[in-house]
Design a protein around this ligand. Structure first.
Ligand SMILES: C[S@@+](CC[C@H](N)C(=O)[O-])C[C@H]1O[C@@H](n2cnc3c(N)ncnc32)[C@H](O)[C@@H]1O
Length: 251
């Protein structure tokens, strides 16, 4: 079990599945019920990537989580469920549209969720300061990625996940995925993915482990799991190596 590297590893993810299997099964049951209660809700996160997000939040125990891109609040409810199970932490969600406020379960939202409607690139306020975990699933164009790579990441000392990167083994040119992967390579920032098209071994090992642990019952039909996960440290910029503290709980 590796819990000391400055990155998310397959071993860490496997150990978190084993450690939180019962809580994860309960979270999945609740998410399944939530999905059934809102049949018109659009839900983007696939099961394995949602589960890894939940498990990383359980492990890291972030106090401040920011989500950019909630649509109908599917990822929002996963994030809030992890914070609720931690018994600590708050989530700020930013989206151009306010649909999530109509679907996120009030019991999850109460006391831990703030929704702010607007364009993340121009929204006023200090909502991006002191973030422990940044979840990005918004505009998948290269220009949007260039905004957060240049305006947000240099100030960030946080765990990050970005959705829709590896629907294929390599991201299409001129997309957010291509930009962010290039930045990760340039800054030598390691990242983890369980995307079926990119990381066959990780996807297969997690599929088998989930079956063994009895946490494989489907919530969502998607199987791509294109999300990437990484840890960045303040002032990591082009040409600078991502050093600094190991991946460790925030508190
Ligand atoms: C793919 S959906 C999010 C799906 C959601 N995370 C889920 O798990 O179902 C992308 C969302 O990003 C929002 N979005 C796009 N560009 C944005 C921007 N510049 N600022 C804030 N939100 C944005 C869209 O309004 C949309 O709701």
């Amino acid at each position: 079990m590796e819990r000391t590297a400055n990155q998310v590893t397959l071993d860490l993810v496997c150990s978190l599945y084993a450690e939180h299997a019962d809580a994860l099964r309960a979270a999945k049951d609740a998410q399944r019920a939530h999905r059934r209660a809102h049949p018109a809700m659009k839900t983007q996160l696939d099961d394995v990537e949602a589960e890894i997000t939940y498990l990383l939040l359980r492990y890291l125990r972030p106090e401040k989580v920011v989500e950019i891109g909630s649509l109908h609040g599917w990822s929002t409810s996963w994030l809030l469920r992890a914070l609720a199970d931690n018994g600590t932490g708050r989530l700020t969600t930013v989206d151009l549209v306010g649909n999530a406020t109509r679907t996120v379960p009030p019991a999850l939202a109460k006391g831990r969720w703030e929704f702010r409607q607007g364009d993340a690139r121009t929204l006023a306020g200090d909502w991006l300061s002191d973030v422990d975990y940044l979840f990005i699933d918004a505009d998948h164009g290269a220009r949007f990625a260039r905004w957060y790579l240049s305006a947000v990441f240099p100030e960030l000392d946080a765990a990050v996940s970005v959705h829709d990167v590896f629907h294929r083994a390599t991201p299409l040119p001129f997309t957010e995925g291509a930009e962010v992967v290039r930045w990760l390579e340039k800054t030598q920032t390691p990242y983890f993915t369980a995307a079926r098209a990119r990381a066959k071994h990780a996807y297969a090992r997690l599929t088998e482990l989930r079956r063994e642990l009895g946490v494989d019952a489907a919530v969502h039909p998607g199987r791509d799991n294109p999300m990437i996960y990484f840890r960045i440290h303040r002032s990591v910029d082009a040409g600078e190596t991502a050093g600094g503290p190991e991946l460790a709980p925030f508190r």
